[in-house]
Design a protein around this ligand. Sequence first.
Ligand SMILES: [Zn+2]
Length: 486
Amino acid sequence: MIKRELEQLEPKNIWSIFKDITKVPRASKKEEKIRKWIKNWAEKNNVTILKEDSAGNILLTKEATKDCEKYPTLVIQAHMDMVCQKEPETKIDFDNDPLELVIDDKIVKAKGTSLGADNGIGMAFGLAALSSDNLLHGPLEVLFTVDEETGLTGAFAIKSGFFSGKYLLNVDSESVGTITISSAGGGGTDFDLPIKFEKYNKMKGILLKISGLQGGHSGVDIDLPRLNAIKIGIDALIQLQQIEFYLNKMNAGTVHNAIPRDCEIEFLVPEKGFKKIKKILTAWKEQTIKIGRKTEPNLKIEIIESLTNDGLPQTITNSVVSLLNEIFHGPISFSKEIPGLVQTSNNLAVVKTTNEKIHIHVSTRSSVEEELQTAREVLKTLGEKYSFKITFDEAYPGWKPDPNSSFILMVKKLYEEVVEKKVELQAIHGGLECGLFSALDSELQIASIGPNIKNAHSPDEYVEIESVNILWNIIKKVIENMGTLV
Ligand SMILES: [Zn+2]
C-alpha cells in the first residue's frame, strides 16, 4: 500500500473541499455545524445563499457565465448528513471530532470510522461546480438536504418552488457505470390491539425462540430467498390449531426497513397432553430446519419450557395468529418494463407485546403509486377483520422511470463519452430523495449518479479515487451541455 497525501489527488478542487468537509461533524439530525460551514464557504467563495428552510435544507446559486444565460437551470443535489459508525476500539466523538483520512493508491477511507463519502463527495461536486472559474455554465442551483439517512426528512420538508431548476442531478448514487432513474415509494402500516392478560390454571408455558436468520434490507433484499422470523414463529402456532393454547407474548423485528431475523413467542398449552404437544413442535422444528437450512444455514429454533401462567384470551390469541398468518411478506409484483425489479412489496417488520397492547408494523414499498395504496388498503382490511386499530404512516412517493427524458438521455450520452462504454439505466426498490422531488413538480427531470463508494454506513466505507475523477468529468460535461436542452 502506497501512502499518499490527499493534496496529491486529482481533481484537486474536489479533494480539497472533501477534506474540509470531513473535518466538520455532520451526523444525521445534527447538521448545525455543517450548515454553518456551508454558509461560511459560500461567503468566502462569492456564492449566493439563496434559501434556507425551517428543516435546515440549503440552496446555493450561481449566475450563468457570459453567453450561457439562456441555458436552463441545473440543480445539483446532495445530502449533508452522514451515518456515523466506528470500530469498537476507535475513540471518536462524532459530535465534535474531525475524521482521520487514510489514503492509498486507489482508495480514500477513514481511520476506524465511516468516511461520509456518502454524500460528502456529492457535496464537494456541488461546491466545486459553484466555485470553478474555468467552467462555462448556465444558472446553477446547488441543493443540500438534511437528514437523508434517517428517513429523508429533509427532502420531505422541501416545498414546491424551493428550487427553480427543471433538471436535477442527484449525486448520491454509489456506482460508476449506472444512472439511477427510478426508486420506490413507501409507507408503513401500524396495527394495534389492546390486550388484557388472564391467569390460566393447569397450563404450561412454552418459549419458542427463532434466531440466526440473515435478515437484510427490505428495499434491496426483499426478493432474495430469505426467511422472515415472524412467519416461522406463526407457522409453529399453526401446527397447534387443533389444541387449546393462549399467547403470552410475541416479539420480533426492530425497524421498518429490516427483514426480521429473530422472533420470540411465549404461550400456554394444557398440562394434560403436554408431551404430545412437545412432540408436534419438535417434529415441526426438525422439518422447518431441514427445509429452511437450504437458504438459511444458521437458522436456530429453540423450544424451552417456561413458568408463566398468564395468557391472552382465545379470541385475541386467534386474532393475532390469523392476522400474522395472512399478512403477505415479500414481493407482491415485479416491473413489466424493467426485468427483475420488484415493483411492490411488503416487509412484515415488527411485532411487539407490551402490557397494554400487541403492536405490528408492516412496511410497504412500490414504484407505482396506485399499487402502494392498494397494498396498504389490503392490510387495513385484514387488520380490521381481526379488530386491530390501523394507522397509516405518511407515505413517500416513488420516482417513476422515464427512460425517454431528454435530460436522462443527455446525461447518458455524455457519461458514455467519458467512460467509453455503455452505461446502464437502473431502477431500485429502495427509497431515494429523488422520489420526493419528483412529486413536487411533474415537469422536473432527474438523474442520479455517483462515484464508486463501497461499504457505505460502516467503518469500512471507502471511495475509489479514480471514480471521483470520472464523475467530475461527467458532471462538468453535463453542466457545459445544459444549453443543448433548450
Ligand atoms: Zn447517501
